[in-house]
Design a protein around this ligand. Structure first.
Ligand SMILES: C[S@@+](CC[C@H](N)C(=O)[O-])C[C@H]1O[C@@H](n2cnc3c(N)ncnc32)[C@H](O)[C@@H]1O
Length: 188
């Protein structure tokens, strides 16, 4: 039997079908509005890019995407064959680079080790815009249970401590951590 290297390898082929309800579509539109307003025109790092949710919203913006699941990356490559650098692995692979925007959509940071979060923090520090969507601890517990992993509420709370100047928002099953004031969004 073929070895599963990342839990997301198991769900990659059907992943997009899980998230196409009207509620999911509404969340995506909200996200598109935020990113449209705050993203800088320069380079973008998409941490835990998965099957390419960001590129689905902004097909003309090239990204550097990174994800430990080869199968998730394979799907992203098929959907968006041009203009992206898609890497299979951990964030350490891009630790020495500099990006104008660092984004992470729908949970990847919740899976990171302490070392990985520190690399992420460094990348965010030099970015003009950074925007991370993390699972709420209880929701994360449900997900990791599904994958048979130990859950850690502390891990998510600890992640906050690494971003002392962040602003955070509660949103559906997620917490958004970012360097911009999203309440300004209503003004436009
Ligand atoms: C719920 S999916 C979200 C994927 C994509 N960002 C989206 O919005 O559809 C979570 C992703 O995090 C990735 N992931 C898991 N552990 C990770 C880690 N340590 N660093 C970066 N990404 C990770 C998974 O492989 C998966 O693709």
């Amino acid at each position: 039997m073929k070895k599963i290297r990342s839990p997301y390898d198991k769900v990659a082929d059907n992943y997009d079908n899980y998230y196409c309800s009207p509620k999911d579509m509404a969340e995506n539109q909200f996200l598109k509005k935020i990113l449209n307003k705050y993203m800088h025109p320069g380079s973008i790092l998409d941490v835990g890019c998965g099957t390419g949710a960001f590129s689905d919203l902004f097909p003309k913006r090239g990204i550097t995407g990174i994800d430990p699941s080869k199968k998730m990356i394979d799907v992203a490559k098929k959907k968006h064959p041009l203009g992206n650098i898609l890497l299979v692995g951990k964030i350490q692979l891009v630790a020495k680079e500099k990006f104008d925007n660092v984004i992470s959509l729908f949970g990847p940071v919740s899976y990171m080790t302490q070392k990985e979060v520190l690399v992420l923090k460094k990348l965010c520090k030099v970015a003009k815009f950074w925007f991370l969507i993390i699972y709420k601890p209880d929701y994360y517990s449900r997900i990791t249970k599904k994958f048979g992993k130990k859950t850690s509420r502390e891990k998510i709370l600890r992640t906050f401590a690494y971003f002392p100047n962040r602003i955070f928002y509660s949103w559906e099953n997620y917490i958004i951590i970012t360097n911009v004031d999203l309440t300004l969004l209503n003004k436009y």
